[in-house]
Design a protein around this ligand. Structure first.
Ligand code: SAH
Length: 213
């Protein structure tokens, strides 16, 4: 039986997001509107609203809905920003950011996933302000810098310096930092030339690749 996706989505927003403290109404309504089931691979469709990461092919996963919401909320987007995303994956998180900001540039290193993200965003009609670029996002995307916000969706041992350099002042960046499989989600802000951060939560992400090292 095909699930009633709207009901599944509403339940996810209530039980996994609102009840766990996601308060940004814009994040809640973006995630109530975007059809997550159309972004995951067909084999994983029935798991689209599970409270866990879901495979998207090429050994990668789409984050648990709560993690996407927490990361998006931590950027405190008002709707006017240009955002850089690193790790488009299937394009779902990019769609959420596109709903919350003026423009999103998303860099994905695996060509097949960059293509999947583009296709998913276009099919959902959410590609008007989201551009997916295939490349190494650990270097950022200097051509359109600076970015008011940067969302890194793969874990790194440290914050890539190119990303800090491409962050606007003021600007905010969110990134899982740590060793393989054990990360702290850091929210970083740049203000009057100073960099500060806080740790939002502990988490587990797929690794950010550094092919140019
Ligand atoms: N948020 C995504 C899933 C991210 S999974 C979604 O909504 O589907 C992490 C992604 O980061 C993977 O697709 C992986 O290929 C990508 N990635 C890893 N290293 C990268 C790099 N250096 N540059 C760009 N993308 C990278």
């Amino acid at each position: 039986m095909i699930p009633d996706w709207e009901t599944e989505r509403r339940r996810m927003v209530e039980e996994q997001l609102s009840k766990r403290g996601i308060r940004d109404e814009r994040v809640l309504s973006a995630m109530n509107a975007i059809p997550r089931e159309d972004f995951v691979v067909p084999e994983a469709r029935l798991a689209a609203y599970f409270d866990e990461p879901v495979p998207i092919g090429c050994g990668q996963t789409i984050s648990q809905p709560y993690m996407t919401a927490l990361m998006a909320q931590s950027l405190e987007l008002a709707g006017t920003e240009t955002v850089l995303e690193v790790g488009a994956g299937c394009g779902y998180h990019a769609a959420v950011l596109g709903n919350l900001a003026a423009r999103v540039i998303s860099v994905e290193i695996i060509p097949a996933l960059a293509e999947l993200a583009r296709r998913n965003l276009a099919r959902a009609g959410l590609d008007h302000n989201v551009t997916v670029i295939c490349g190494d996002g650990s270097l950022g995307y200097p051509g359109l810098a600076p970015y008011d916000a940067i969302s890194v969706e793969a874990g790194a041992p440290e914050i890539p310096s190119a990303l800090l350099a491409q962050l606007n002042d003021p600007g905010r960046l969110v990134i899982p930092v740590g060793e393989r499989g054990e990360h702290e989600l850091r929210v970083v802000w740049k203000r009057r030339g100073q960099i500060e951060h806080r740790v939002e939560t502990l988490c587990r992400f797929v690794p950010l690749r550094f092919p140019r090292r």
